[in-house]
Design a protein around this ligand. Structure first.
Ligand SMILES: [Zn+2]
Length: 269
């Protein structure tokens, strides 16, 4: 049974493709219209009304009349092209509450629901698996796994999970780093000592570094989870945890000119 159309089975008329169509278009089975309902409990964070059908509409008018909900697990859902809207901004809605009848407003060529699912960063993700079931639990634990290359021993050291340990051999400088998440994407890069920031890499697509050339800076960021990271200076100490990536002194871990011999990462709850 559909979680977004009242008393209906979903019929998909246009799939999510992640590029030109970052939502799913739906009608009730046998090409019928239906009332559009809230997928899950949530709060109305945006409403647009007063829109007419305009297949050439751009910008805000593209969606026509729409409702956007925020859910407790961090997800947003958006329901576009409604004929009219039954709810007001800031209203609490329950799963199954009617948001309005399906319509043909905005850039639309026939009555349908354009349904979107957005993650907590408001990035559109594929809603197809959740059209008739609960949203995934955003609080499900994600682990960060990482390892470093020991320049002295000329080998990769074992993987470390979260902050249960650190990756590195104190006293031996690091020249390569691999980082990945058990779910989602992480990007990272290292600064080659006394040289420059090396190219950014994602997950295990590649490693960051230039094996044999030691590093003196590290930057890590993810759009799915908040990552904290720190480094240990060779013949020195652990520096402060860093929680962002930018050009300021707090936007990377390390002290340029000082070799790093260990790194540690964790995910902020
Ligand atoms: Zn659509």
């Amino acid at each position: 049974m559909s979680r977004v159309l009242l008393n209906a089975n979903n019929q998909i008329t246009q799939k999510y493709n992640g590029i030109s169509h970052k939502g799913v278009d739906l009608v009730k089975e046998k090409n019928k219209v239906a009332d559009v309902i809230a997928h899950s409990d949530g709060v109305v964070v945006a409403v647009q009304t007063g829109q007419q059908n305009n297949p050439n509409a751009t910008g805000n008018a593209t969606y026509g009349n729409y409702v956007k909900l925020k859910h407790s697990d961090g997800y947003y859902t958006l329901y576009a092209h409604l004929k009219s809207v039954n709810v007001k901004k800031n209203a609490q809605v329950k799963r199954g509450d009617i948001l309005g009848p399906m319509g043909n407003t905005g850039r639309s060529t026939g009555s349908h629901l354009h349904f979107e699912l957005r993650n907590k960063n408001d990035v559109r993700v594929n809603p197809t698996p959740y059209l008739d079931k609960d949203l995934p639990n955003m609080k499900e634990k994600v682990d960060i796994i990482y390892q470093t290359y020991d320049t002295t021993k000329k080998r990769w050291l074992p993987n470390v999970k979260n902050d249960s340990d650190y990756a590195g051999n104190l006293g031996n400088a690091v020249s390569g780093v691999y980082i990945h998440l058990t779910e989602g994407n992480v990007k990272y890069r290292v600064h080659e000592k006394n040289n420059k920031w090396l190219p950014t890499v994602n997950n295990r697509d590649d490693y960051a570094g230039n094996l044999g050339k030691t590093i003196d800076g590290l930057q890590v960021e993810s759009d799915t989870v908040k990552i904290l990271y720190r480094v240990h200076l060779k013949n020195g100490k652990w520096l402060s945890w860093i929680d962002k990536w930018d050009d300021t002194n707090n936007g990377y871990a390390g002290i340029l000119g000082r070799e790093i011999d260990a790194i540690q990462l964790k995910i902020k709850d």
